[in-house]
Design a protein around this ligand. Sequence first.
Ligand SMILES: [Zn+2]
Length: 204
Amino acid sequence: MWTWILSPSAEVRSGAKRPRMSAKRASSKTQTDKAVPLAQIRTLGDPVLRQQTKPVTAFDARLKKLAQVMMEVMVRDEGVGLAANQIGVVSRVMVWRNPDADEERYAWVNPVIVEESEARCTEIEGCLSVPGAAMEVARAEEVVVECQDLSGEPLRVRLVGLPARIAQHEIDHLEGRLILDRASPEERRRVMKELREQALAVET
Ligand SMILES: [Zn+2]
């Protein structure tokens, strides 16, 4: 077991708006789609996003391959994190990258939040599985996550600021929760209305 601390940037401390969880641009997607032809992001309405993922027990080549594909999809679609059920795999695996630390990347297996601060902060979040939506979500400012690496080695990690937010967002996915469930009722109504209007615009 070991611990490291990721400090929030000055921007996070001052409460400034941070980049969204996703900043997808259509142009970049087509260029690199060939790298991961089968891994399409599942979106709102797909039941797999509502499934509780299963704990991983085999730390084998398949797990490493899954993590590799997830990393590629995360980078391809310009997310900062991705949960396995977002590509249709019901395993408790998440990947993320840390914009506050030179984009360092992590693959975490069986992550669980074991401690969270009472201090909360509200930021704008987006989600690759809810394309086109951005909403205010309140989350704990600091969390402690216990998980395993791809070899099964246990890790205990304290996260602050944006990394803490990313971990909470992805662990929510692994438990079948979406940002819509975390937003206030008013935010949820506003976003659902926007999404309906987008859908209508596509149909017409
Ligand atoms: Zn998401």
